[in-house]
Design a protein around this ligand. Structure first.
Ligand code: PAF
Length: 275
C-alpha cells in the first residue's frame, strides 16, 4: 500500500493503478463498516484507493470536528491489511488552500432532515467528494447505506455534474444487537451504548406497522414506543430514496430514516426499502 499526502504524487501513483479503480472516501476512525466498503471495492475492482480526510467543511461550528476520533496509524494498518493499493491522506491545506472559495450547492435535497439539523453539512460533503473525485478519478465510488441521505446527495452530485464514476451503495454493517456501526459510537457511555440499538428496533417496528397497513403517523407512534427513554428522538420518517421528500404511503425505492440523540451523541440509522 502506497501512502501519499500531496496532490501531485497522489495523481502520479493513481495513474499507475490498474482499472477499474474503486474509491472509498473516509474520515478515518475506521471500523468494520469501512472495511466492508473496501472489501466490496476489492470484489469488483482491480485497484482500490481510500482517502482519509476529516473534512472541516462538513462540520458546523458547534459540532464535533475537534473531538472527532483520529487514529491515522491504526487506520493505515487496517487498510494495509485489507489489501488496498493507495491511501490518500492529505493535509487540510492541500484540499482547502487559503484562497479556496468554490462550493457545491446540492439544492433542496441538502436542506431536508440531516440538512435541516446541520445546515452546511451536505454542501461540505458534496464539495469535498467532488474534489476527491477529480483528484482520484475512480471508476466506482463506494459509499455506505448507513448515511442514507449522503448516498442520495452523492448519487445526485455524480449525475448533475457529469462525473463518469458509478456510485455503489453498500449495506450497513451492524453489531449483533442491531446497532449500526459508526465512528461516533465511540462517544457512547455504557448506558447510552446499551440504549442505542433501540433506534434500529424502532425503525423495524415502523416498517412492520406500515407493511401491516398502518399510516405513517400510527407507525411512527408505535416505533417511538420501542425507543429507550434515554433516546431523544429527532425524527422517524418514510422518504423517497432519491429526493428525501416525505412519503405518506410506501413506494419503493424508499428509506425509513431515523435520528436520535443518546447523551451528547447523535446517531442515524435507516432501512432501505427497494420493493
Ligand atoms: O461519510 C463520510 O465519512 C464523509 O461524509 C465522506 C463521504 C468521507 C466525506 O467527507
Amino acid at each position: 500500500m502506497k501512502v501519499v499526502s500531496e496532490l501531485a504524487p497522489a495523481r502520479a501513483e493513481l495513474e499507475k493503478l490498474a482499472r477499474p479503480l474503486g474509491f472509498v472516501p473516509t474520515m478515518g476512525a475506521l471500523h468494520a463498516g469501512h472495511l466492508r466498503l473496501v472489501e466490496a471495492a476489492r470484489e469488483t475492482c482491480k485497484s482500490v484507493a481510500v482517502s482519509l480526510f476529516v473534512n472541516p467543511m462538513q462540520f458546523g461550528p458547534q459540532e464535533d470536528f475537534e473531538r472527532y476520533p483520529r487514529d491515522v496509524e491504526s487506520d493505515s494498518e487496517k487498510l494495509a491489511q485489507a489489501g488496498i493499493d493507495l491511501l490518500f491522506a492529505p493535509e487540510t491545506a492541500a484540499i482547502y488552500p487559503p484562497d479556496f472559495t468554490t462550493f457545491v450547492d446540492v439544492g433542496k435535497l441538502g436542506t431536508r432532515f440531516e440538512g435541516a439539523a446541520r445546515p452546511t453539512h451536505f454542501r461540505g460533503v458534496a464539495t469535498v467528494v467532488a474534489k476527491l473525485l477529480n483528484i482520484v478519478r475512480p471508476d466506482v465510488l463506494f459509499v455506505g447505506q448507513k448515511d442514507a441521505q449522503q448516498t442520495a446527495v452523492l448519487t445526485k452530485l455524480v449525475e448533475d455534474l457529469n462525473f463518469t464514476t458509478r456510485v455503489e451503495i453498500v449495506e450497513t454493517v451492524r453489531e449483533p444487537d442491531g446497532l449500526a456501526l459508526s465512528s461516533r459510537n465511540a462517544y457512547l457511555s455504557g448506558e447510552e451504548r446499551a440504549a442505542a440499538p433501540t433506534l434500529h428496533a424502532a425503525l423495524q417496528t415502523m416498517l412492520k406497522e406500515i407493511r401491516a397497513g398502518k399510516t405513517v403517523e400510527e407507525a411512527r407512534e408505535a416505533a417511538a414506543a420501542v425507543l429507550s427513554p434515554r433516546a431523544r428522538l429527532e425524527y422517524l420518517n418514510l422518504v423517497d430514496a432519491r429526493t428525501f421528500s416525505r412519503l405518506q404511503t410506501l413506494r419503493a425505492p424508499a428509506f425509513l430514516i431515523g435520528a436520535a440523540r443518546f447523551g451528547r451523541t447523535r446517531l442515524l440509522d435507516n432501512l432501505w426499502i427497494w420493493k
